[in-house]
Design a protein around this ligand. Structure first.
Ligand SMILES: [Zn+2]
Length: 288
């Protein structure tokens, strides 16, 4: 079953994943309104189970509280800024606690001698993706490009399908997404570009590259989203929160506000377009 089934609310979808086709039809007729403006499930593509490497007791439950309040059904989770093995262990703990709410992604950093073992472990666990960050990759040696390519080669070798990678450099993003067409690339923070013109460039690259997407999280210039979504194509934009540093409620509002008039006179998002950005596009990528 896919999220495309029209008229089924997010909550009903979650409850109905085990239902038969005929009972889905019943669920459709009995559909009731939910608090979210999205007609489909809302899925966050970017949730840290830490805040820049710090974590505390109860943090995982606090994220669920944030998700419930904001009307977010599920989230891609990972840990960073700590040793590779520890990060993946912690992600596994979160996933085991809330398997219906969390989708685990792995993580490695090149300074850990066991990083390739961890990539294999992520693959053996059937986790669909991995999170990488240039801040950690830089510590792997003087040549960021080479370090990144070394790791991506192993990611491709172990057939991990999705890479969520924080990179600022346009040329490098262009190169890896072209050189590894078998990988689905998600670039956070709308490509981390500074200013409207650079944002437009990265959006145009995304539009023309089949295996590339942008996530919306932790972007200060969210007033440019109306234009950016048009440049990249609605089907290439994935809602993300960058919790637990950023507020899921606020990050969702930055997207939902595009249902209202925008300063750059871009067309308002339709219900269907909003649902695509808030979860439909990601559901397709994840095969949910
Ligand atoms: Zn992040």
């Amino acid at each position: 079953m896919t999220y495309k089934s029209k008229g089924i609310s997010r909550r009903k979808f979650l409850k109905s994943s085990a239902l038969t086709a005929s009972s889905i039809a019943t669920a459709t007729t009995l559909d009731s309104c939910t608090s979210s403006t999205s007609k489909g499930p809302v899925i966050d593509v970017h949730m840290h189970l830490e805040n820049v490497g710090n974590y505390w007791e109860g943090l995982i439950d606090e994220i669920i509280e944030q998700y419930d309040y904001a009307g977010i059904d599920k989230g891609v989770i990972f840990n960073m800024w700590m040793p590779s093995r520890e990060s993946n262990d912690r992600t596994l703990i979160g996933y085991k606690k809330y398997p219906d709410r969390f989708i685990p992604f792995g993580h490695v950093r090149p300074i850990d001698s066991d990083w390739e073992d961890e990539i294999k472990r992520i693959s053996d666990s059937n986790w669909k993706g991995i999170k990488l960050h240039q801040g950690e990759m830089r510590e792997g040696g003087p040549d960021l490009r080479k370090t990144t390519l070394d790791i991506i080669e192993k990611v491709a070798k172990y057939k991990i399908r999705i890479v969520l990678i924080h990179l600022n450099n346009y040329e490098q993003i262009d190169e890896i997404t072209r050189e590894f067409p078998e990988i689905i690339w998600i670039i956070p923070h709308m490509g981390s570009q500074k200013g409207r013109e650079d944002l437009k460039l990265i959006c145009e690259l995304v539009k023309n590259r089949k295996n590339m997407y942008l996530d919306t999280c932790n972007v200060g210039d969210y007033h440019l989203f109306g234009e950016a979504f048009q440049w990249a194509g609605i089907e290439k934009i994935l809602f993300g929160t960058d919790g637990f540093q950023c507020s899921p409620l606020v990050e969702k509002a930055k997207v939902e506000t595009l249902k209202l008039p925008t300063p750059y006179r871009t067309p308002r998002l339709t219900d269907e377009q909003l649902s695509m950005v808030l979860g439909g596009n990601l559901a397709k990528i994840l095969g949910l």
